[in-house]
Design a protein around this ligand. Sequence first.
Ligand SMILES: [Zn+2]
Length: 568
Amino acid sequence: MTSHLSCRSVVIAALRLALVSAIFAAPAIAQAPDTALVNGKIVTLDAGSTVAEALAVRDGKIAAVGRSADIRSLAGPATRIIDLGGRTVIPGLIDSHMHAIRAALFYATEVNWIGTHSIPEAMGRIAAAARTARPGQWIIVAGGWTEQQFAEKRRPATAELLAAAPDHPIYIQLFYSAALLSPAGFKALNIAGDADVPPRGKIERDAGGNPTGWINGDNPTITALFDKLPLPTFDDSVTGTLQFFRELNRLGLTGVTDPGGFNLTAASYLPLFRVWQDHTLTVRVVFSLFAQRPGKEIEDYQALTQMLPMGFGDDMLRFNGIGENVTWGMYNNDSPTDAQKTQYYEAAKWAASRGMSLTQHWSNNVSVHHLLDVFDRVNRDIPIAGLRWSIAHLNDGSVENFQRMKALGVGWLMQDAMYFGGDALVRTRGAEVARHAPPIKTAMNIGVRIGGGTDAHRVMSYNPFVSLQWMIDGKTVAGTPTRDADELPSREEALRLYTQGSAWFARDDDKRGTLAAGRLADLAVLSKDFASVPTDEIGGIESLLTMVGGRIVYAAAPFAALEEKARK
Ligand SMILES: [Zn+2]
């Protein structure tokens, strides 16, 4: 938000307050609010970019937004009044493409390296986990880090693992390209040579021919390797879901759109459903079905959705269609055959005929015309513009292809993959490509719907403020600026993508993403002022109080006492 916008905001806020005051005079608001937030800087993200002082909440929704004195005057004897002490409030953040359901399953039994800056710091987390783990229990870091984040700029080595946790089997995954196992880990998985490694994987050896502890491979290798690890118990997964979603709340997240993932069976969703039924869900989840069995995609969708129609659920948990793997033949395939395209067309047409959303993982602009051609074909049979379909990733998308998406009403799920990957992109494809990767402002100018997000947690940290900082400054984790200035959105634009932009894909843009009367009371009180903090401090912002549907699901000092434990 520039000072220009702020000035304009003040004027609009004044006009709006006059209007709100007039409404207060009427007897329409008879019931007192449950909660009143006063004396703050409330970034409403309404059409006029209003910044208000105060906000009232009743029955899970925002009842009024305005001046502190006016909001205080609404309070009854039971109203909880929270003095924000001038702090900034934003609409709850929504990650439009996070593998949150899967991350949650493992969160209680995994270690993460998110936010560590050196190998000793990362090893400290391994050592801490070893102190509380049972003998022989696996210690797992399932991605979400890169050697670029470490001062040493390298991968850790077996000797460092052994120093941190000598006796435990340890598994450290690096994206979907490699994994480091401790000697006890190799033993537990019965891997003695390359023949024991899943397809296309290879045990890395040093110049002397000795194994380094790393296994190199590709997505199927690493997925199969991970699949050999013991699964957490149901109770562990329920605990993990509660803990992971609270961790997301700590970072101001109140919603995710989940695109499934490899190896997620119907049973994988049961811990989430348990948390939802217990009314202990603290992040709104909309989810889609990711094809699991090659050749059986449509058959599986038909079976799974007989009792799961589009939109089934409620405002906390809702079914949102198919993807990001719709058919295996079109997943990470730059040259699909006619048969593969026809199979995709059948699946997509089936989804359209049921009014479903569809989201498709696609990496490369050079081949995305295959996908758009299929969408065109479906669109000729059944108009898809109202179905909120999307393409995820597409970091090198061209003007022409974004224009095709705009014409079809297909949105773009954009993540901060280049925060980790920007330096490598410059090396492999050159600075010219990286200057527009991803082309955030170009796509905004074309008018494509855009959701913010991370693609966490295997390939990226789930921290939305890190993603927002990267959107705004275009700098990688190593500090390299890669994107052109004209591809950098303003702070307010970035925030809009991460709130109302993302909400569109959940068909919730009329309920979430704006702090205005009648909207769901999802918000975060920030540790620093998003609008004025130095850009390189945005990534360090946390929430001090996160509210979902009027309930304070997370709170830290000075608000810590206000956190509401689960209501069963
Ligand atoms: Zn993807």
